[in-house]
Design a protein around this ligand. Structure first.
Ligand SMILES: NC(=O)c1ccc[n+]([C@@H]2O[C@H](COP(=O)([O-])OP(=O)(O)OC[C@H]3O[C@@H](n4cnc5c(N)ncnc54)[C@H](OP(=O)(O)O)[C@@H]3O)[C@@H](O)[C@H]2O)c1
Length: 254
């Protein structure tokens, strides 16, 4: 049993749906006060109302420095401080290099990688005031461990997050703040559900546990990294993928 996270002030970016919503729900269920952040206010508001426990919504684009500063201040104004940042917002358009507009590269890097820098920088002055400052990044197996056609920019951004983390966690350590990353495998989200049962079945077949993950699997890993018990873990990664990266060949799955 982990120590209570009840009453902690948490920002979750990219929380109106998908993995971010799962993270937000897991924290809210533990009694944390969650600021649900997405660009679209209606989506953020609907999520905040659904997860309850006093969650509030805020509209911000993590690629905007002004928005990130306003987001951090909103958490402090709403909840009296900031203890935990879950930097989860990310985009993953799928385009091969031959066809990729350079602007798409910039969009992915600006959201996934620069967005991590901007959110951490904006939240840092407030996290320093906490006695349990935590940053949890959502990276991916794609990039740090695996590759997939069409996701060269995405994989680079997800690997870049880990490079950023390995220096940032040293800088943050002197304030008692830890910073770690969760690397999801294939997680069922609203977007994936629309791809149909055949597609999902093929994906599940490549995973040793023979099923896709659910968003709460990522939320629970983030919750552990944000807990008091994880206070001596920093700059590390947890892969949550049902064993997906392990098989050497299809034979290994028979
Ligand atoms: N799903 C997977 O299987 C999987 C696997 C590995 C890693 N991941 C990572 O997990 C994270 C979430 O993925 P997901 O599949 O849950 O995505 P999703 O279902 O597409 O949801 C993305 C969320 O991020 C928000 N968002 C997008 N761009 C934003 C921006 N610039 N500023 C603020 N919010 C923004 C979206 O709301 P708005 O559009 O309103 O802004 C939405 O709430 C990403 O970092 C992704 O790389 C996902």
């Amino acid at each position: 049993m982990l120590s209570s996270i009840s009453g902690r002030s948490v920002i979750v970016t990219g929380a109106s749906k998908g993995i971010g919503k799962g993270i937000a729900r897991v924290f809210a269920n533990q009694g944390a006060k969650v600021l649900v952040v997405a660009r679209n206010m209606d989506g953020a508001q609907a999520c905040a109302e659904e997860i309850g426990n006093g969650a509030k919504a805020f509209a911000a684009d993590v690629a905007s420095w002004d928005d990130c500063q306003a987001m951090a201040q909103a958490a402090v104004d709403s909840f009296g401080g900031l203890d935990i940042l879950c930097a989860n917002a990310g985009v993953y358009p799928q385009t091969n290099i031959e066809d990729m507009d350079p602007a798409e590269w910039d969009l992915v890097m600006g959201t996934n990688l620069k967005g991590n820098f901007l959110t951490v920088k904006a939240c840092l002055p407030h996290l320093k005031q906490s006695d349990q400052g935590r940053v949890v990044l959502t990276s991916s197996i794609t990039g740090p461990v695996t590759g997939f056609p069409g996701w060269s920019h995405y994989g680079a951004s997800k690997s870049g997050q880990l490079g950023f983390m390995r220096t940032a966690c040293i800088e943050l350590a002197k304030f008692g703040i830890t910073m770690n990353a969760v690397l999801p495998g294939n997680i069922i989200t609203e977007g994936l559900e629309g791809l149909g049962e055949d597609y999902l079945g093929t994906m599940a077949a490549s995973i040793p546990l023979k099923k896709l993950g659910v968003v709460e699997d990522i939320g629970n890993a983030a919750l552990f990294l944000a807990s008091k018990e994880a206070n001596y873990i920093t700059g590390q990664t947890i892969i949550v993928d049902g064993g997906q990266i392990l098989p050497e060949s299809l034979e290994a799955l028979e």
